[in-house]
Design a binder for this molecule. Structure first.
Ligand code: AKG
Length: 265
C-alpha cells in the first residue's frame, strides 16, 4: 500500500518560522511524468498561456485556472488528500482552492519573476488577511541555471509590502526587498521534479530567467483559508468547500487522461 505525505508538527513549525517548507518527492516519478507529459501536450491550456514581461523584457509564460469541474490531473493534484490536508494544517484552518497555474520557462528564453509577495496581488482582490498559501510543484528539475524559485527566509514576518509595476509584473518595493536581503537569508529552492515547495502568501519570492537548455515548468496550487473573507472574482473565488480526492486519483486520473490524449492525437 502506498503511504502518502502528511505534515508533522515539525514541518508545520518550519513553515511558521521560515514562511516556506520543502517536501521532497510529494509526487512520485510516474505521477510527475504524467503531469509533465499531459501539461506539455495540453494545447488547450498552453495556447491560452500568456506572457508577462519581466524588467529585462523577457516573457514569463503562465496559464491560470480555477476550474474544479474537470476530472483531470491538475484537479487531482489540487484536490489530493496530501495537498489539501497539508494546506489546512499550514493555514490552521480549512483550506479551499483559490486557483492553480502553470508557469513555463522555456530553454534560453523563459523570463524572470520579479520579487513579490502573492498577497501583494491578492490584497487587491479584496482578501482580508494574508492567511493564504501556495504550493509550487517542480514539473521539471529546477536549478539555479534554469530559474528555480528564490525565497527570502522569514520575510512573511515583515507583513505586506507595497507593490508597484516591475516590467509588466507586480513587484515589491525594491528598497524594502534590499533591506530584507541585508538581514534575512536568500534561499535558492533547487528542486527535483515531484518535489513541492509550500509558501506563505507574504513570503518574498522571485526566479531568474532561464539561461539553460532545459525547460523549467512549475505547477502552482494556491489556497485560501475558509475564515479569510475574499471577494468572489473570476479566477479568484470566495470560499467554496474543497472536495478532497484520494491520493491514488493522481495516478488513476493521470493515466486515463494521458491515454485519452494519446488516442485523440
Ligand atoms: O514560477 C515561478 O518561478 C514563480 C511564479 C510566481 O511567483 C507566481 O506565479 O506567483
Amino acid at each position: 500500500m502506498n503511504t502518502f505525505y502528511s505534515p508533522s508538527p515539525r514541518d508545520a513549525s518550519i513553515y511558521q518560522m521560515d514562511g516556506f517548507l520543502i517536501v521532497p518527492g510529494l509526487f512520485d516519478e510516474e505521477e510527475i511524468s504524467l503531469l509533465r507529459n499531459i501539461a506539455r501536450a495540453d494545447r488547450e491550456k498552453t495556447e491560452r498561456a500568456h506572457g508577462v514581461q519581466d524588467t529585462g523584457q523577457a516573457l514569463s509564460k503562465i496559464w491560470l485556472s480555477s476550474d474544479t469541474t474537470r476530472k483531470d490531473i491538475y484537479n487531482a493534484v489540487c484536490h489530493s488528500k496530501r495537498m489539501a490536508n497539508t494546506m489546512s494544517c499550514l493555514l490552521s484552518d480549512e483550506a479551499y482552492l483559490y486557483h492553480y497555474k502553470m508557469t513555463m520557462k522555456e530553454p534560453l528564453a523563459g523570463g524572470a519573476w520579479e520579487w513579490h509577495q502573492d498577497y501583494g496581488y491578492w490584497y487587491n482582490n479584496g482578501c482580508l488577511t494574508p492567511n493564504m498559501a501556495s504550493c509550487y510543484i517542480a514539473v521539471d528539475n529546477a536549478t539555479r541555471e534554469n530559474g528555480c524559485m528564490q525565497l527570502i527566509k522569514g520575510s512573511h514576518h515583515m507583513g505586506r509590502i507595497e507593490h508597484g509595476k516591475a516590467g509588466q509584473q507586480t513587484g515589491a518595493d525594491e528598497a524594502r526587498v534590499e533591506l530584507a536581503l541585508q538581514h534575512m537569508e536568500l534561499v535558492y529552492a533547487e528542486m527535483e521534479a515531484g518535489d513541492a515547495l509550500f509558501f506563505h502568501s507574504n513570503t518574498l519570492h522571485r526566479s531568474d530567467q532561464n539561461h539553460s537548455s532545459h525547460p523549467r515548468w512549475g505547477f502552482i496550487c494556491c489556497y485560501n483559508a475558509r475564515h479569510n473573507p475574499c471577494e468572489n472574482r473570476s479566477g479568484h473565488p470566495s470560499y467554496t468547500p474543497l472536495d478532497i480526492w484520494p491520493d491514488e486519483d493522481v495516478l488513476a486520473i493521470g493515466r486515463e487522461q494521458w491515454e485519452n490524449m494519446a488516442v485523440a492525437q
